[in-house]
Design a binder for this molecule. Structure first.
Ligand code: HEC
Ligand code: HEC
Length: 284
């Protein structure tokens, strides 16, 4: 039945829309609570528009009485953070990395604020927290190629490092000799007793005691801590001896390179990174 036909409920004030004989739309007012909420929301919009920026105009917008903006609030919070940091940053600028380390408050500040710089610049190679990656040295232990004093760490970050070891495979050493040396190295501490160690010139770089030389970044061969750490460690040692490190004459040579950061980070940030790395726990 449609509204155009007769209304079987004329007394109840319905809208005259009736379906299926008795299904009809009534014209009751909305409940009070609903109307109050409705007017309150209108009042809220007007109030909001008075206080905050709201309506976009052709090339600006209604600004509201307070002048508040989200970007303004963000900028103010940055200014606040910088105001907190400034006294620390000013002190750091005048101090050496070693002096910063000796100052408990400043070194705690660097430990907290250095995380982002390390994450952005170093973690991709050295792993989060300096945990290392197969080709990149662990920074959180006390085994250092280039020395673990704060000055040495700072120099590493500033100028970069690139270890060099000539390939020994081919004319220098037979496979059997490489096996002998590799096994002696793998059995920690015995390599210096192997005559080839001296006769083939390993000693010249890895030192008479086999512990490596900081000036060359030549790895310690006696401590069982592996610079090139791989699941098959004996094979990794043989590979290094055969192909060397950064030896341009061997296409299969290992190619580690610690980039120089002097053009990428400010002196201040490099100083902070030295302190930060030292505080991983391995500095000495
Ligand atoms: C592109 C990869 C890469 C990035 C990025 C990188 N490093 Fe290195 N880093 C290396 C490699 C490779 C070595 C080892 C060099 C070698 O074996 O001769 C190294 C060595 C080091 C060493 C010396 C370790 C030792 O045993 O003496 C320190 C300290 C160090 N890196 C700190 C940092 C810091 C701090 C950053 C960030 C500011 C950083 N590195 C960023 C690749 C990287
Ligand atoms: C010219 C200097 C030089 C000579 C000579 C040299 N090495 Fe090295 N060796 C290095 C350097 C530097 C490294 C570390 C490279 C790096 O980490 O960037 C290294 C690394 C190694 C490693 C890797 C150790 C690890 O922890 O993974 C082994 C193994 C090794 N050398 C064995 C030898 C043996 C054996 C000889 C002699 C046959 C020899 N080296 C001769 C400079 C040298």
């Amino acid at each position: 039945m449609s509204e155009h036909e007769h209304n079987p409920f004329p007394e109840e004030g319905n809208t005259g829309h009736i379906w299926d004989d008795n299904l009809r739309e009534l014209a009751n007012p909305a409940p009070n609570w609903w109307m109050m909420a409705f007017y309150a929301s209108i009042a809220f919009v007007i109030g909001y528009g008075l206080i905050y920026p709201m309506i976009p105009l052709s090339d600006s917008y209604t600004k509201g009485l307070t002048g508040w903006t989200a970007i303004g609030e963000y900028k103010a919070s940055i200014v606040e953070v910088e105001a907190v940091r400034k006294p620390f940053e000013d002190k750091i600028a005048k101090m050496s990395a070693r002096e910063i380390l000796a100052d408990a408050e400043l070194s705690a500040y660097v430990e907290a604020s250095g995380k982002v710089i390390f994450g952005d610049n170093c973690a991709a190679c050295h792993g989060t927290g300096g945990a290392g990656n197969p080709d990149f040295p662990v920074l959180a232990d006390d085994d250092w190629l280039y020395g673990g004093s704060i000055e040495q760490i700072q120099a590493t970050i500033t100028n970069g490092r690139q270890g060099m070891m000539p390939k020994m495979g081919g004319q220098q050493l037979t496979d059997a000799e490489i096996d002998k040396l590799a096994n002696a190295i793998y059995n920690n501490g015995t390599v210096t007793k192997e005559p080839l160690y001296t006769s083939k010139g390993c000693m010249g770089c890895h030192g008479p005691d086999g512990k490596g030389m900081v000036a060359l970044g030549s790895a310690n061969l006696t401590d069982g801590i592996w610079r090139f750490s791989e699941p098959d460690q004996l094979a990794s040692i043989k590979y290094t001896i055969k192909h060397g490190v950064n030896d341009a004459s061997d296409p299969e040579t290992r190619k580690p390179k610690m980039p120089a950061f002097k053009d990428k980070l400010s002196e201040q940030d490099i100083k902070k990174m030295a302190v930060y790395v030292y505080k991983f726990g391995g500095g000495k």
